[in-house]
Write a protein that binds this ligand. Structure first.
Ligand code: AGP
Length: 613
């Protein structure tokens, strides 16, 4: 949601900002804008629609200067329009702002400002920030102090960037509450600011992550970090290993397709350094899990949203089966409202690709407030979720750009499998033979995944057969039941086809009424302990005239004889089968959307990081 890029240095800011915003497009947006300081003037260009429209506008009506700030907006207050697009300039023309988040007390501030005679030009909550800053400047304080007072006054989770013609050598930024990230990139005689690493990776790999309630005063040769109370902080400087190339599409048509194929490498990297195949043991050092902690855990809550929550549902099967610890999966947005029973013997395990999802962060906060042990499985390095955790498992997937999450789904399945084995080992509840067998199975995973991905052209043929469907029912059982949810989510979010995931055994309690010739039924039926049950499910669907597409294990002649289309996976240990069964469903959704000519990487209305509640 909302991408932010800032540049302070000797170069012209506009092209750096537009390139940076391009790399943040994946976050989802509906309008874009850029502002620079040119002499003693602020110049702004902004428009509704895609970044290409802003680039056209800048082409027709060029602007230049530095420092500069840019923004892609995902509308919350006020429709997507040029008028509501950021940046917003104050009435005196001295200060300009871009912002990510929601100013929760904006109505109150707006009333006060209007009473002072301020003229509001947009419907956004953001505009209150710039008027407040100008109000403080008018009271006689310098720009940095005016910015600080403004940051302290606004409520909610917010990231703000401000520039002023009064001090044209700097950008002042702040992170307030559990807002989306702020990355400050350190260059030679130039500095960068962005809401995510890919925006600045081509310029520098040295970065600082701003913590909540910190502000930064950034010039071309200095970065000063302070708390909002004015206490200087000496920040940790991180070096990012990602290659700028990792954030490029390369030979693929879409990021989603590239990321689906990257899963073989991501799964290999997930195992690297963590699995001792000889000893049959797992190492997860960043989790800070001691035998003492492992033994006292009585319950685990897994909390996450969307795809990450479905990964958690598979994790529940794995942890309960292998480590015999009760696990409950609670959707991030519901966690704090469900009055969860958390104490010092309870783990709250968050799963998040971005580590910025507001609902997941709020759940973690609730877990912390109640005294639980906070763990997270996160992809984005330095994200808030990582920083507030007692222990982490860092996904080894590299940047995920496509809005539809793929590799950040399969990596946490392996992470949770490893976590389950480690917990069982430290608690002494698993025998050596079983442990070694479970660990040995991990070795197979990348290769098996590669074999499924090699069937892409077969899946594409099925996608052609399904391209005009108007709905689809996805059914799964046991450990593959969450794969029905995930497969359906993939289809609906990028192809806009209504799809419903259902536990197969529940079909007879209602959804069976939907089945006729018009309603395809996708049955996830690998050789797992629920295979026979799924066969009878397929028969029931066929008996009602439904078209059946099955995900099945190679050599399953029974299913071949019954289903209209089969998406094959190789034989695999059943606990690892969800890593494989989801792959053809990712490819199927991808190809259906691509055949329909849709914007696969940036589907309508969706954002990659959902940083508002
Ligand atoms: C996945 O395809 C979705 N776009 C979405 O459900 C996503 O998984 C969810 O918003 C959680 O995001 P996170 O992993 O960054 O927390």
């Amino acid at each position: 949601m909302c991408g932010i890029v800032g540049y302070v240095g000797p170069r012209d800011a506009v092209s750096i900002i537009l390139n940076g915003l391009k790399r943040l497009e994946y976050r989802g947006y509906d309008s874009a804008g850029v502002a620079v300081i040119n002499g003693n003037q602020i110049e702004v260009r902004r428009d509704a629609g895609k970044l290409s429209q802003l680039i056209d506008l800048v082409g027709k009506s060029p602007l230049q200067g530095a420092p500069g700030i840019g923004h892609t907006r995902w509308a919350t207050h006020g429709a997507p329009s040029a008028r509501n697009a950021h940046p917003h300039v104050g009435n005196t023309g001295k200060v300009v702002v871009v912002h990510n988040g929601i100013v929760e007390n904006f109505l109150e501030i707006k009333d006060e400002m209007m009473a002072e005679g301020v003229n509001f030009l947009s419907e956004t909550d953001t505009e209150t920030i710039v008027h407040l800053a100008e109000h403080h400047q008018a009271a006689g304080v310098n720009f940095v102090e005016a910015a600080r007072r403004t940051f302290k006054q606004i409520e909610g989770a917010n990231v703000v960037l401000l520039m002023s013609v009064d001090e044209p050598d700097k950008i002042v930024t702040a992170r307030i509450g559990n807002a989306g990230g702020v990355v400050i990139g350190l260059g030679e005689n130039e500095n960068f600011i962005a809401s995510d690493i890919p925006a600045i990776l081509e310029h520098t790999r040295k970065v600082i992550f701003l913590e909540s309630r910190q502000m930064a005063i950034i010039t071309r040769d200095s970065v000063r970090i302070e708390t909002l109370e004015g206490v200087e902080v000496s920040p940790e400087i991180h070096t990012i290993a990602w290659d700028a190339v990792a954030a490029e599409k390369g030979e693929y048509r879409h990021f989603m397709q590239k990321e689906i194929h990257e899963q073989v490498r991501a799964l290999t990297d997930t195992l690297a350094g963590r699995v001792d195949f000889k000893a049959g043991r797992i190492r997860l050092p960043e989790l800070n899990l001691t035998p003492e902690i492992a033994k006292r855990i009585q319950r685990i809550y897994i909390t996450a949203c969307g795809t990450a929550a479905y990964a958690g549902m598979v994790g529940k099967y794995l942890i309960e089966k292998i480590a015999r610890i009760p696990v409950e999966v609670v959707i991030g947005s519901e966690f704090r409202y469900s009055d969860p029973i958390v104490d010092e013997n309870t783990v709250v395990l968050a799963i998040s690709q971005s580590g910025e999802t507001a609902d997941t962060l709020a759940a973690m906060e609730e877990g912390r407030r109640k005294g639980g042990i906070i763990w997270s499985i996160v992809n984005a390095i330095g994200s808030q979720a990582m920083r507030v955790s007692d222990g982490i498992i860092a996904m080894q997937t590299g940047p995920e750009i496509g809005v539809a999450s793929t590799k950040a789904f399969t990596a946490p399945l392996v992470d949770q499998y490893m976590l389950a084995i480690l917990l069982a080992d430290l608690r002494g509840t698993i025998d050596e033979k079983t442990r070694k067998a479970l660990v040995a199975d991990l070795r197979l995973v990348p290769d098996l995944a590669g074999r499924v991905l090699d069937t892409e052209s077969e899946v594409e043929k099925v996608a052609h057969a399904l391209k005009d469907i108007t709905g689809c029912l996805y059914l799964g059982r046991g450990i593959n039941m969450p794969i029905a949810y995930e497969g359906a989510l993939k289809l609906k979010e990028i192809s806009y086809i209504h799809a419903e995931g259902y536990p197969a055994g529940e079909m007879k309690h209602g959804p069976i009424a939907l089945i006729d010739e018009e309603m395809p039924v996708l049955c996830i039926a690998p050789k797992d302990p629920w295979h026979e049950k799924m066969i009878s499910q397929i028969q029931q669907a066929k008996a009602r005239g439904g078209m059946v597409i099955a995900v099945a294990t190679e050599g399953d002649e029974l299913i071949k004889g019954m289903a209209d289309h089969v998406l094959w996976i190789p034989e695999a240990p059943w606990m690892l089968s969800p890593i494989l069964t989801v792959l053809p469903l990712q490819l199927l959704a991808y190809h259906i959307a691509a055949i329909r000519g849709l914007d696969v990487d940036q589907p309508r209305n969706l954002a990659k990081s959902v940083t508002v509640e």
